[in-house]
Design a protein around this ligand. Sequence first.
Ligand SMILES: [Fe+2]
Length: 557
Amino acid sequence: MITLGFNYSQMHDSSACIVRDGELLYAVAEERISRIKHDAGFPHNAIRACLDFAKVRADQLDAVCSGWPAPYHMLLSDLKCFATGQFPINYANVLNVTRYFASMTHQNGGFKRFTQLFGPTKAQMRFVDHHLAHAISAYSYSGLAKAAVVVMDGRGAWEASSIWYGHDGFLDHVLTIPWPNSLGLFYAQFTQYLGFVPNSDEWKVMGLAPYGSPGVKLGDFISPDHGSYKVNAPLLFERKNGTSAIAKRLGPERTPESEIDDSFKNIAFAVQDACEVAMLDLVKLALEKTNCRNLCMAGGVALNSKANGKIQASGIVDNIFVQPAASDDGVALGAVLAPYLDNGGRLPMKPLRHAYYGPEFSDAEIEKALRTFKLRATKLDNVAATAAQMLADGKILGWFQGRMEFGPRALGDRSILADPRDPEMNAKVNNAVKFREWWRPFAPSMLREVAGEYLEYACDSPFMILTNPVRPEKRSIIPSVTHVDGSARPQTVEKDINPLYWNLINEFGKRTGVPVIMNTSFNLRGEAIVNTPTEAVRTFFSSGMDALIIGSYMVEK
Ligand SMILES: [Fe+2]
């Protein structure tokens, strides 16, 4: 059976993936090909790339699955929320709801576009409920036979959070907390209040939070509720005479790009703290309801690595799997497996051990790109050793190897790398390369073998989706990847999964005694992670990186 899954909601993060006989072959977000960050358009480039990789035509597919239900479900949910006062009836909201319904219905949720672009197919076209798609994406790739599955995002059609019980390849629905009682909505509204882009810049609030202090009360907006949480959505939506209810209580919104004073840092602290409390409560509820100590999570809120780290450190779970493309790009991974549940069937249950499911470029293709730019490149005998020596010498490297990662994190195939021992390196990379906010931390990649030496509560963390406290005695050893609160968001690198990257870190360790490197995504601020060699070269020359190691080649400035 060959199935294709996609995410297309006109909201954010369109994507596609393809599975053959239960094996994930290829997955890519549309933004990486279109170069439009969080691209919300129909993922035609991503679908084309999936079909090309699998060498199949649309008419050879058995099923095409969207990670969203039919458009009228969204309309029904919105009408219900209008009627109950949960969602304000105003010109903008009514216009948006109507426009969305008309547009998505016209396109039949994307299936009409699919057949227009890729030709007629006998494949079954199916809508998959959004949270079911998230839940499958968390459970089926977890490698856990039994698990509580928690989905938390901004919104599905009618869902905000949901709990599922995964067992032996089946997935039972346990409960749904309906939109707009939504943790994602809560976080997004405050992200906007703090001068950032909602449903995009939540990272920035999470990074800023440790610089704040406790004291700001957010009880009007979010509170514990019968072992779960209650978000006061009508108040979060409220705007009178141009002033939001948040601004009325906490002061005027921050102007984007302006200085961040202590009051905003303290609000970021309170938002993150409230989110952590709510997530922990929801997880406890899920474990209780399923009588299980394994946990799988997905949905945009599950990208909150700080909260995930606290859940892991709390000792209430034995095993935790957070699907790395937890946001909506990852619903494609779940939707694509929905046909396996038909007629009492089971999910394939193939553990996701890495995220390298995207495009790859051969040395010949890389060479061609370098020639086009008339660049002088050196062909390296030992890529890992050369890169390790340069890192040890304080160079900032662009690192372009193998297949691109699926999900928001660069995991050593499309990365910018630097020496984590230099306390100035955080500022150097920020100022010269990433051009991003000073408070955003960088993350370490470390050999799996040394994780316990550097981290408290160390566990396998191949996807940089959990934070851990760095052991106090190690904080001064790797200062540029240790956040102000002493935490880090590690990637533990396994030799058999990414041998080249493991070798690089190992070689760096041989030279410095520290088998840990700083790893950030290969992109400039506001841009999607580079996909092709051409984009890598362009980004390299638009920044302060010292050298680009691309396939077997090195380009220096
Ligand atoms: Fe979602």
